[in-house]
Design a protein around this ligand. Structure first.
Ligand code: UD1
Length: 421
């Protein structure tokens, strides 16, 4: 199994191009199932997760043309060949579950494995299923599978989510665009990926308004047409490299990053003593070789501090000059990086959904491993700050969500390498 080694203490200097957003690309790719005409997506990141989604779509009948080195994917679902997404596929990547809504809307039925638990918490899909039921689908859960049917088509409905869910908001949108009549979604997630999905669906001929606010309105249409859409830049990747630049006393231009998407992080970085400025090219992040101030964070739905940057921020705070508190409010088990950071000499105590990080004078490199994507990259960030060599094992987690991570960091001077077994 591949691993990454990092020799810490080297400032990061240069420019990092920000790739297309993984979390957006996965839903946009699933949208291709809604139309018999081609969807061409630009700026699609080459990642294990997006490749995996392409394979799943191909197994459902989508013609996929997406060369290995290209960021443009051509997806054409002339006919749906299968409406079944088996356990083995959904188990490997939770976002696979997002094919259920489009299959149900286009073909009138679908059988998709329940995603089950995952390392960062239980992550149920009850809100997704309630939304489809409200649109008139019959839902049966049997032997770990969701069997959904709406043989005469889905019907528009008013759906008020009891709490904010990114996945449920997007999934309901993916189904409602082809429903008969109007749908109103209330208490929606407001993440930029949702506006990106709406823009793509509208380019395909859907009628979606209000994405990015609490209330999304969708007028159902009978079919969708060919479209071309560029995936938004990955705000989690941008935020991760902003934290990496701060960690490694760097000066890095995040090319293509959009400041407003990472504003919650940048405000916290500013409190920690990190400077930033925006330009038409992107966001520049700079930290002089001065002490980092400790900063508390609470994760929250957008526009709050993203849970997907919590682990990285915790890594940074390990070297702050004082005590910071990190509160995770979205997922119940998202501190698995804490014991690994402790292996590098960090001082972290976890009490339920709160972690107290007492900054230390130095971290020291060691072998570490992580159980999820964002946790893995927090260990890379810690490695950039640590004295000596850190080895991050289980690189496949990083391959799921960070395009060319080693190349991007090395181009800014980091001493980082990927080693095979
Ligand atoms: C998406 C992102 C993930 C990010 C998360 C929160 C993708 C592929 N993943 O995940 O990277 O960390 O948003 O920003 O886009 N919940 C329920 N029932 C449901 C749905 C969700 O109880 O039917 C709970 C979840 O367990 C969680 C909370 O709601 O505690 C928020 O989850 P949600 O916003 O749905 O996250 P995902 O869409 O899974």
């Amino acid at each position: 199994m591949d691993r990454i080694t990092i020799v810490g203490g080297v400032p990061l200097k240069g420019a990092i191009p920000i790739s297309g957003a993984k979390n957006s690309a996965l839903k946009l790719m699933a949208a291709s199932l809604l139309s018999a005409e081609p969807l061409t997506l630009e700026n699609v990141p080459q990642l294990a997760d997006t490749r995996f989604m392409a394979q799943l779509l191909a197994s459902l009948g989508v013609t996929v043309e997406w060369p290995r080195l290209s960021s443009t994917a051509y997806l054409e679902a002339k006919e749906i060949a299968s409406t079944i997404a088996p356990y083995d596929q959904v188990r490997k990547m939770r976002a696979s579950f997002n094919v259920l809504g489009p299959l149900l809307a286009r073909a009138g039925h679908a059988t998709v494995s329940l995603p089950g638990g995952c390392a960062i918490g239980a992550r149920p899909v009850d809100l997704h299923l309630k939304a489809f039921e409200a649109m008139g689908a019959d839902i049966l859960i049997e032997a770990g599978y969701v069997k959904a049917a709406a043989l005469r088509g889905l019907k528009g409905a008013t759906i008020a989510f009891p709490f904010v869910s990114v996945g449920a908001t997007e999934h309901a949108m993916l189904a409602a665009v082809l429903a008969h009549g109007d749908t109103e979604l209330r208490n929606c997630a407001k993440e930029p990926e949702i506006a990106d999905l709406a823009a793509c669906l509208n380019a395909m001929g859907a009628k979606v308004s209000g994405a990015g606010t609490d209330i999304i309105q969708i007028q159902g249409v009978s079919s969708l047409k060919a479209a071309r859409h560029a995936v938004m830049p990955d705000r989690i990747e941008a935020g991760t490299y902003a934290i990496a630049a701060a960690a490694a006393t760097g000066d890095v231009l995040l090319k293509g990053a959009q400041y407003e998407h990472i504003a919650a992080l940048m405000e916290k970085l500013k409190l920690a003593g990190v400077e930033s400025e925006t330009s038409p090219e992107g966001v520049r992040v700079r930290r002089a070789d001065a002490a980092l101030a400790p900063v508390d964070i609470d994760t929250d739905p957008y526009p709050g501090f993203p849970t997907d940057l919590q682990a990285q921020f915790m890594a940074l705070m390990c070297r702050a000059d004082g005590v910071s508190t990190i509160k995770e409010t979205i997922f119940e088990n998202r501190f698995m990086h804490a014991p690994e950071l402790t292996r590098l000499g960090a001082n972290i105590s976890v009490h339920g959904s709160e972690a107290v990080v007492t900054g230390v004078k130095a971290l020291v490199g060691a072998p570490v491993m992580a159980t999820d994507l964002r946790a893995s990259v927090s260990l890379v960030i810690a490695g950039l700050m640590a004295e000596g060599e850190t080895t991050v094992n289980r690189v496949y987690h990083l391959d799921r969500g960070f395009e060319r991570l080693v190349e991007k960091l090395a181009a800014c001077g980091a001493q980082v390498a990927r080693l095979g077994e």
